[in-house]
Structure formats: structure tokens, C-alpha cells
Design a protein around this ligand. Structure first.
Ligand SMILES: Cc1cc2nc3c(=O)[nH]c(=O)nc-3n(C[C@H](O)[C@H](O)[C@H](O)COP(=O)(O)O)c2cc1C
Length: 206
């Protein structure tokens, strides 16, 4: 069975560091025979959640934009690779706006008590996050945000690739191992045979 792998690049920078890492991770996944799809979030029109709470009764979002199209792809995927630059210690605004729109899934699951994904599906996710500063504390807020997002998506949080101290556009090309690690983890996300981990495997590079 072909493993459907979706990569979401949330950086506003074209060919930004997180974007380049995501492309490598997808190349790693593709090298195993997985079907990969790359999405650059800035190409889509996504409005922020307005907390109208209509989803508490319907389980769907009333805002009509590109979110619905992307949600279908996310729910259909067997593997998800989510890449973000670190902005003010967390995911970037574009990523956060997109994540917040999943409140309708949260309502579907926890308010309406309906099943988002059938339990027999093996869905796994990986996060790529990169910051320019020397701080590693910021990885903690990424972990918290992405854990609550993946819980709502019913997808196992399997891997983190966190990198700091890389700032300039395309600077990741000069890093001795980051692109190789992205490729390796993208591959492993597909080929891994062990049961989904309780906590994500962390790879942190400076
Ligand atoms: C608005 C803004 C906020 C930022 N905040 C942080 C931060 O809190 N921590 C950090 O390490 N880097 C921060 N940076 C630097 C970026 O994370 C860094 O340049 C990164 O390599 C960008 O990734 P990209 O090329 O994938 O967009 C910030 C950059 C901007 C523009």
C-alpha cells in the first residue's frame, strides 16, 4: 500500500530554511516509494479562527476559504511533515492561524464526541522547526502547540527535527548535517515498523 505523505511548509520565505529541510524530508520519504505532496501554506487563502463557536453544533467551520481543501488532504494523509520557522518562541503566525482553524475538529471530537479518524489507521507526524537564536527553550513551546494539534488530528507525534542558530535565508545549506538528518527522518517516518511512540523522538541540532 502506498503511504500518502503530506508536507506543509509554513514559512513566509520562499526557499527558507524550514522549507529546504521539509523538501529534504519529503525526498527521504519519496525514496522509499511513498507518495508525497508538498504544500506551501502562503499559496492558500486561510483566515484566522473567529471563535464564533458554530462548530460546536455543526463540527465544521463556517469560514469558507482554502482551509477545507487542506483539511481534506491532512485527514487523508498517512504521514504529515509540518515545517515552521520559530517566531517569538513558537510556530510562525501563518502556521498558528492554520492550526487554530482546526478548532472545528476539536469540537467534532470533544464536544460532539464523534470520531475524526478510524482507530485502525496508522498515522504519524513529524515536526521541523528552526530558529536563528541560541535558545533551545523555545523547542518546548513548539512541542506543546504541536502535541495539542496532532491530538486533534488523531495522528501520532513521532519525530521532531529542531535546529537553532540558523538565521539567514538558505543558511541551512552550510549546516554540516541538518539536510541529511531531514532526509533520514523523512525516510524513517515511512519505514518505521515499531508501534507509534508515546513521545516523539527528538533530534536537536545546533
Ligand atoms: C518575526 C520573527 C520572529 C523571530 N523569532 C525568533 C525566535 O523567537 N527565536 C529564534 O530562534 N529565531 C527567531 N526568528 C528567526 C527565524 O526563526 C530564523 O531566521 C529562521 O531561520 C527562519 O526560518 P525560515 O527560513 O524557514 O523562515 C524570528 C524571525 C522573525 C522574522
Amino acid at each position: 500500500m502506498t503511504v500518502k505523505t503530506l508536507g506543509i511548509s509554513t514559512s513566509p520565505r520562499i526557499q527558507g530554511n524550514s522549507d529546504l529541510l521539509l523538501r529534504e524530508a519529503l525526498a527521504g520519504a519519496e525514496s522509499t516509494g511513498a507518495h508525497v505532496e508538498y504544500i506551501h501554506l502562503s499559496d492558500y487563502n486561510i483566515a484566522p479562527c473567529i471563535e464564533c463557536n458554530a462548530c460546536y453544533t455543526t463540527g465544521t467551520c463556517t469560514i469558507q476559504d482554502d482551509f477545507q481543501k487542506l483539511l481534506t488532504k491532512i485527514l487523508d494523509a498517512d504521514r504529515l511533515i509540518f515545517a515552521t520557522p520559530i517566531f517569538f518562541m513558537n510556530v510562525c503566525a501563518q502556521a498558528k492561524m492554520f492550526i487554530d482553524r482546526s478548532q472545528c475538529l476539536w469540537a467534532y471530537k470533544y464536544v460532539l464526541k464523534k470520531q475524526v479518524i478510524t482507530p485502525e489507521r496508522d498515522r504519524r507526524a513529524m515536526v521541523i522547526a528552526i530558529g536563528g537564536s541560541k535558545s533551545k527553550k523555545q523547542f518546548e513551546s513548539i512541542r506543546l502547540t504541536m502535541k495539542s494539534y496532532f491530538d486533534v488530528l488523531d495522528i501520532n507525534y513521532s519525530f521532531n527535527l529542531f535546529i537553532n542558530n540558523v538565521d539567514d535565508l538558505g543558511e541551512i545549506h552550510k549546516h554540516p548535517s541538518a539536510l541529511k538528518e531531514a532526509f533520514r527522518l523523512g525516510k524513517e517516518l515511512i519505514t518505521i515498523k515499531s508501534p507509534p511512540p508515546q513521545k516523539p523522538v527528538n533530534v536537536e541540532l545546533t
